[in-house]
Write a protein that binds this ligand. Sequence first.
Ligand code: IPM
Ligand code: MN
Length: 338
Amino acid sequence: MQHRIAVVGGDGIGPEVVAEALKVIEAAGAKVAVENFSLGAAHYLATGEVLEEETLAKLRGYDAILLGAIGPAIGSTDVPPGILERGLLLKLRFELDLYINERPFLTLDASSTTTRKQADFVVIRENTEGTYAGEGGFLRRDTPHEVATQGSVNTRMGVERAIRHAFEVASGRPRRHLTLVHKTNVLTYAGDLWARAFASVAKEFPAVATSYNHVDAACIYLVEDPGRYDVIVTDNLFGDILTDLAAAVTQGIGYAASGNLNPARTGPSMFEPVHGAAHDRAGTGGANPYAAIRSAAMMMRFLGEDEVASRVERAIGVLPPSGLDTRKIGDFYAERVS
Ligand code: IPM
Ligand code: MN
């Protein structure tokens, strides 16, 4: 079956890694009709537009979105912080109701550096609420008495659907274990809601074993013993921070894939590597397309193409030989899937 994919290469290394991802899934037999969308820092600087209403409306009509990376070069002052993050990436997550951010981590070779440890786990990050929701504001801005608040929004519905998805993911894995990560000892309102929702959804999944970690302790466990985790579910901001740490202790940020999912399928889901635009590597061949390739495999799995997805996942179960450039890494995996 052919799938219509909106491709947002974006900035820096984004277009390069996405090209390799498409090459690998097509070599694995994926039938995709691709349309490219120009969005990101370069598009904003050229047009003054972050995400036109018309573009958003068009994107809604695709089966999935594959995104490379969005963002200006580090140190550049052309694009103020938040413009692209809130106006594009978060806007897509919120508008398309991509309420799950699913991030799998797998150590391919723990011996490659001293910080890596053997692990194979998935973080389910709530993706539309928490401190990301945009609640808050300023009082008396730019005066000595200014106040800034940024509240955390936790709806029972939003929390519960994230937790239910996490239980479903855990049910399908051999270890069937799910850990809630929060800070219930201090965030006694939000944490309480999360803990109650977790306990009540757990009753629907008696085969899944559960535990709870405070987020600060989870940071220690992730560094010292990441192999203990099977599936983690957590809120938006904790999930953002924990997944960068998780990348660092498994195979590195160049290997971290993600799916921004709308499991209710009221619109397209969006797949993107966790890493950024890395402008310093753009055009040098120094970008690692692995995370984009794994994200594209997640996309095919979500589109129901289990055979293609499994073929790619098997192929990327090994590190590429060292010394290969971006395109050669793509070739290496494309050869292994075909
Ligand atoms: C991520 C990124 C984004 C986030 C930023 C770029 C808005 O860090 O996908 O993890 O904070 O979610
Ligand atoms: Mn992040």
